[in-house]
Design a protein around this ligand. Structure first.
Ligand SMILES: [Zn+2]
Length: 332
């Protein structure tokens, strides 16, 4: 069955312009005018701070409905919710190991955008008191059926009253939030003093080593980050990074040319006082742009040297030399 075109799932007639979520400017360079699944959305780079984002984008109302019902269909996830859950449990174990030194059994853990709750299940099995927030009706119900307390809400609807949390998880969700600065500020108010935040997100410039900019940008990733941008965004919202792992930093040349794509960053940060805007030093937008350009060159090189590029011609030559039947026999 053919996939529905991405465009049909997004109302392109009612897009909204936005300003930069990190520095507030409205001064950008265009990175690409199409996004994944050939959806005609433009991604831009802020000329003042380097933050990358989709502009204009889906309206807030449309985006809210998109997450309640359409999101998994749009990104063409073939896994059932059970399989997603099991994958998340493994991810949860990873996050737990990464943050182990800062965790004590019995502490209160909140995950923002918890999906079917696999990450929280891993934390629960380590003796943590877990809670989730998830707008998808199906996935939040799935989590509750597994004994994980989850509210079917957007983060902004989650009440700020109640006891503070010791650990907040934002795994692969910051890219998807309509206002990452506000989301982090909210996480800050929900956390106790000196408590911890875990963030796992895509490193966009490194992602461009494994795909065209127009394929790496996607309608549901309203913002795209780099390690430098993530650091500044966290400083602005009151978090000090104490541990950061950027997958793209330890790729060997072999990985870069032949290995599986790896471009996530894991960050563990402590809640401190927000840094005033006037003291924040923004990364160089030119340097980020340059990195994307260099990584696109590496992507083309990667495509050139990978045997998959030549599979068709290889098959033609084998058929010519050894006859029609040989490929069928080889496949067996
Ligand atoms: Zn900016």
């Amino acid at each position: 069955m053919s996939q529905p075109p991405g465009e049909s799932l997004i109302d392109l007639d009612h897009l909204e312009p936005v300003r930069c979520n990190l520095c507030g400017a409205d001064d950008t360079d265009v990175l690409a005018t199409r996004s994944r699944f050939d959806v005609p959305l433009t991604s831009v780079l802020c000329r003042r701070c380097g933050l990358m984002y989709i502009n204009p984008r889906m309206s807030s109302d449309q985006y809210r409905d998109f997450y309640k019902t359409t999101y998994r269909k749009f990104i063409r996830v073939k896994d059932s919710v059970d399989v997603i859950f099991e994958k998340e449990v493994l991810e949860g174990k990873n996050i737990f190991d990464f943050s182990r030194a800062r965790l004590t059994p019995g502490q209160r853990v909140l995950e923002i955008g918890c999906g079917p709750g696999g990450i929280l299940a891993a934390f629960q099995s380590e003796g943590m008191a877990v809670h989730g927030v998830e707008p998808s009706l199906e996935e939040s119900a799935f989590a509750r059926a597994r004994g994980i307390p989850v509210d079917t809400l957007l983060l902004e609807e989650f009440p700020e009253t109640g006891p503070k949390f010791d650990f907040v998880i934002l795994s692969r969700s910051l890219n998807h939030l309509a206002d990452p600065s506000a989301a982090l500020a909210k996480a800050w108010t929900l956390l106790g003093d000196n408590k911890y935040l875990f963030v796992n997100l895509l490193d966009f410039p490194t992602q461009c080593r494994f795909g065209l900019v127009a394929e790496c940008a996607q309608a549901d990733h309203l913002y795209m980050f780099s390690p430098e941008i993530a650091r500044v965004l966290l400083e602005k919202t009151g978090f000090e990074i104490i541990k950061m792992d950027v997958a793209g930093d330890h790729l060997s040349w072999w990985d870069q040319l032949f290995g599986a794509p790896r471009f996530h960053m894991k960050i563990l940060a402590r809640r401190v006082e927000p840094k005033p805007m006037e003291r924040i030093v923004f990364p160089s937008p030119q340097a980020i742009r340059q990195k994307i350009r260099r990584n696109q060159q590496l992507f083309f090189l990667r495509r050139l040297v990978r045997p998959a590029t030549y599979r068709h011609w290889l098959a033609v030559v084998i058929k010519r030399v050894f006859g029609e039947g040989v490929l069928t026999r080889l496949k067996r």
